[in-house]
Design a protein around this ligand. Structure first.
Ligand SMILES: NC(=O)c1ccc[n+]([C@@H]2O[C@H](COP(=O)([O-])OP(=O)(O)OC[C@H]3O[C@@H](n4cnc5c(N)ncnc54)[C@H](OP(=O)(O)O)[C@@H]3O)[C@@H](O)[C@H]2O)c1
Length: 247
């Protein structure tokens, strides 16, 4: 059953849906009849095509999760489409750099984009959701939160923080009718993983039981399942989609 037919919730806020995983999730939701709002720092060609295809049900505004007032973004969505039913806390940033030489401003940036901003966005949405007694929050984490990898310390710390947020919020917001889960992607073909060297790509593929990187559609399918009423009894969980890499 599709997300849209499973529940009567219809308004999704997907942060960072200008490309990659976020855009794939947004496109699936749009095809299922949802209204989808997003923001990112810049536009992309893929984004422009989606805006053109869904002029009435898709909205993009320029925004930065690390610096903007998230309450204003959420109010903007409400004005355009109505209250937010589901949040996909997807916007994220990765810089690979060894910890010992990483400048402090880079650490601050990674923690702000991948953790502090998403926490503030979750709060802004949860306040609206709790007033209506329902809602779903899906935090997009990473396998870096589960396993140690070199060169991603601040990013990994932020993503592990998001998983902690998921569990704490599931406890606190469950009684208010709000489900909160973490979606934990392995390696998917997006702009973010284009930084992976050919040598590392071969290594990742070799270590992945299914022998390849994932497609954005494969992660979007799991996301829309977790947002749907099919997953009505799933909360506080980290759902890993990685072709078996971390098993
Ligand atoms: N691809 C993978 O294999 C993989 C693996 C594990 C986890 N993830 C996670 O999955 C999520 C999506 O990743 P992706 O691969 O789709 O990455 P991507 O292709 O780089 O897309 C990231 C999205 O986030 C937006 N974004 C980045 N910084 C932002 C900021 N400060 N404020 C607002 N938006 C911002 C980007 O737009 P702008 O740059 O224009 O702002 C873009 O829309 C991220 O949370 C990432 O950590 C991805």
């Amino acid at each position: 059953m599709s997300a849209a037919t499973a529940v009567d919730t219809r308004v999704a806020l997907v942060s960072g849906a200008s490309r990659g995983l976020g855009l794939a999730v947004a496109e699936r939701l749009l095809a299922d009849g949802w209204s989808v709002a997003t923001f990112s720092r810049s536009r992309s060609d893929e984004l422009d095509k989606v805006i053109e295809s869904w002029p009435d049900t898709f909205s993009w505004v320029q925004g930065d999760v690390s610096t903007d007032d998230m309450r204003q973004h959420v109010r903007g969505v409400q004005e355009r489409f109505g209250p937010v039913d589901v949040l996909v806390n997807n916007a994220g940033l990765l810089h690979q750099e060894l910890f010992l030489t990483m400048p402090e401003r880079r650490i601050d940036e990674l923690l702000a984009v991948n953790l502090a901003g998403p926490v503030r966005l979750a709060q802004a949405c949860a306040r609206q959701m709790s007033a209506r007694g329902r809602g779903v929050i899906l935090n997009v984490s990473s396998i870096n939160s589960l396993r140690g990898f070199r060169g991603v310390a601040a990013y990994a710390a932020a993503k592990a923080g998001l998983d902690g947020l998921t569990r704490a919020l599931a406890r606190e917001l469950g009684p208010a009718g709000i489900r909160v889960n973490s979606l934990v992607p392995g390696y998917f073909e997006t702009a973010m993983t284009s930084q992976v060297t050919d040598e590392n790509r071969v290594r990742i593929t070799r270590r992945t039981p299914l022998g390849r990187l994932g497609t954005t559609d494969e992660i979007a399918r799991v996301a829309t399942f977790l947002l749907s009423d099919e997953a009505a009894f799933i909360t506080g969980q980290t759902i890993t989609v990685d072709g078996g890499l971390t098993c």
